[in-house]
Design a protein around this ligand. Structure first.
Ligand SMILES: [Mg+2]
Length: 345
């Protein structure tokens, strides 16, 4: 009986996912369009960062936001996102997991501080000018040299590094819009969403940044949003009360999705005690190229770092895990590739 119910549910979900627009009543289509436009404004507003968007270069095919899937670009719709996006938006398990992860992050950060004997001493450490970190990143060498960038040694102040998208900010309304509009990811649409500055904070995210700040730990945001997106991102995050929501603490993508160089820049002045993100590449370059085992052996080899130095948040909607599958799987369509990767019995 239980098996029959599960099979029936699966058939219902599959049926919903394959209904084509042409078979839907006109009023339903228009209602759907109205809902989606409530999320995203029509194209063509003046001064859009999207108008400056460049095509993803061949050498950085991991893409803007790590969510552009060339293998799926030719697909008629984005139905593969339905269940993943609904889980992110509507499951209490998702909320619980985020609270759980950020609670774990707080405990790990406090423990790491105590293990280094740092508790209570950060207030005595002279912090380098945080702006210098970003000044060097942006090529402002004069300002960078004024920021004590060569500070080394065990007394470097502590820092925590956080990703932004699907770690601190919830962009699932954009994913939902893609499904409703049957559109693949593209930079113009993404920039229009970012410019709205309407993303909500994920459960526990704001509180964690405040907690880290209260311990004297410097909070940095290393994101693959582009530098053109910094203004609305600061507006969005400041409105929700994230600490350090300013350009000196945000290291955004300039040329490459890899975050190695940006983390190294922070490490010139700080010791990173904790990294938080929904993509393993947010934590280490080890996970940027995953190989035929999908990165499993690399995760197993570093298992002790998860929950202690690395905090990983759930994101079933997109990420390097999906890019990896689409790059390596056999099939003529994105759906075929994904189905071919399923394990069965
Ligand atoms: Mg992310």
């Amino acid at each position: 009986m239980k098996k029959l119910i599960i099979v029936t549910l699966l058939i219902m979900v599959a049926s919903c996912a394959t209904v084509k627009q042409t078979t839907q009543p006109a009023e339903k289509r228009s209602a759907r369009a109205a809902r989606s436009h409530a999320v995203l404004p029509p194209e063509g507003r003046s001064g859009k960062p999207g108008s400056e968007a460049k095509a993803v270069s061949a050498e950085d095919s991991s893409s803007v936001q790590d969510r552009s899937h060339p293998a799926l670009a030719a697909e008629e719709d984005q139905d593969h996102l339905i269940l993943a996006t609904l889980w992110f938006q509507k499951s209490a398990e998702m909320r619980a997991l985020f609270y759980q992860c950020f609670r774990n992050a707080e405990t790990a950060l406090k423990t790491n501080l105590e293990m280094q004997g740092r508790t209570g001493i950060n207030a005595e450490v002279i912090l380098p000018e945080t702006g210098a970190v970003n000044a060097e990143f942006s090529g402002d060498t004069e300002r960078a040299s004024s920021g004590n960038l060569q500070q080394t040694g065990p007394d470097k102040p502590a820092a925590v590094v956080l990703d932004i998208d699907e770690t601190l900010l919830d962009n699932s309304p954009f994913q939902g819009w893609q499904v409703l509009e049957k559109k693949s990811f593209n930079n113009d649409d993404w920039f229009r969403w970012v410019e709205l500055a309407r993303a909500r904070p994920l459960p526990g995210a704001v509180e964690f940044t405040r907690y880290a700040d209260s311990l004297g730990v410097e909070v940095f945001y290393v994101s693959n949003r582009t530098v053109q997106e910094m203004g609305p991102t600061i507006e969005n995050m400041a409105a929700w009360g994230f600490v350090n929501a300013d350009s000196t603490h945000m290291l955004f993508k300039k040329t490459t999705s890899s975050k190695v160089e940006r983390r190294a820049l922070i490490e010139k002045n700080y010791e990173i005690l904790l990294l938080v993100g929904d993509n393993l590449a947010d934590h280490s370059d080890v996970y940027e190229k995953r190989g035929p085992d999908h990165g499993f052996s690399a995760v197993d080899a570093n298992r002790r770092l998860f929950g202690t130095k690395y905090i990983v948040l759930p994101n079933p909607m997109y990420g390097n895990w999906l890019n990896d599958l689409l790059r390596t799987a056999q099939g003529s369509t994105g759906r075929e590739k994904l189905v071919n990767m399923l394990e069965s019995f």
